[in-house]
Design a protein around this ligand. Structure first.
Ligand code: 6PG
Length: 230
């Protein structure tokens, strides 16, 4: 586990972008492609804008496969959509083949079918690569309540599926969610957290002192890196 602390979200986002690029470079050399899982919420927006500008021409997006660690069960045009945020800050600005984007298709009803669809998209991708389900890099944020992706402190999450759905009791926005499970996150190779703000830093310190929060259960196979800013 490594922790990097910065004065502000700008510095943090530029340093995180460097790390994302280094992982890209490493896996392209190693296997010819890079599977990247995006985080939702607000904190990663600047990182995505930096990847779409400073690193746009340094990355061959034909070899990058983009997934989503969680999604709000709303239309993809809805202001709360993580896909919409990622599309506006990154995907619409880079030359990536649409087939390389694995979106959580929230238009599929009911929510159980949407979960199934996303699980199938993931299984098919790794089958084609003849690999077990293990993402190269997962980006994660954290809520003030210590939730990660859409794994909330007070809600059971499946421990035998790759994807699950939750109906949070208190979340912002208060909408149903589709999320990676702990299995899928912890079977990944690397996790990079982007955590900004005093409230969240307090929670993280409680976790490091042993208090139970979802964020404390994240243990990927290779690297766990926290980028933190005040
Ligand atoms: C979501 C996210 C969630 C997010 C945290 C932090 O869909 O809400 O994936 O896990 O990372 O809630 O959100 P902020 O970055 O907006 O504080």
């Amino acid at each position: 586990m490594r922790i990097f602390e910065y004065e502000n979200i700008n510095e943090m986002s530029f340093e995180t972008a460097k790390t994302v690029f280094n992982f890209y470079d490493y896996y392209i050399r190693k296997q010819g492609y890079f599977s990247l899982v995006l985080a939702g919420g607000n904190t990663p927006k600047l990182l995505y804008q930096i990847l779409a500008s400073e690193y746009n021409l340094k990355i061959n997006w034909n070899d990058v496969y983009i997934f989503f660690g969680d999604e709000r069960y709303v239309d993809k045009e809805n202001e709360y959509s993580n896909y919409k945020m990622a599309f506006e800050t990154l995907i619409s600005k880079i030359d990536i083949p649409p087939k390389n984007i694995f979106r959580i298709r929230t238009e599929i009803e009911p929510i159980e079918k949407c979960v199934e669809d996303y699980e199938n998209q993931i299984l098919k991708f790794f089958e084609k690569k003849d690999k077990d389900v293990s993402f190269d890099l997962i980006l994660l944020g954290m809520g003030n309540d210590g939730h990660v992706a859409s794994i909330f402190p007070d809600i059971e999450i499946s421990n035998n599926k790759y994807i699950d759905y939750v109906i949070p009791k208190n979340a912002n926005p208060l909408v149903p969610r589709i999320t990676f499970t702990y299995n899928t996150i912890n079977n990944s190779k690397n996790v990079v957290f982007l955590i900004s703000g005093k409230e969240k830093i307090k929670v993280l310190n409680e976790v490091f002192r042993g208090k139970e929060y979802p964020v404390g259960n994240i243990k990927p196979c290779e690297n766990l890196i926290y980028f933190i800013s005040k």
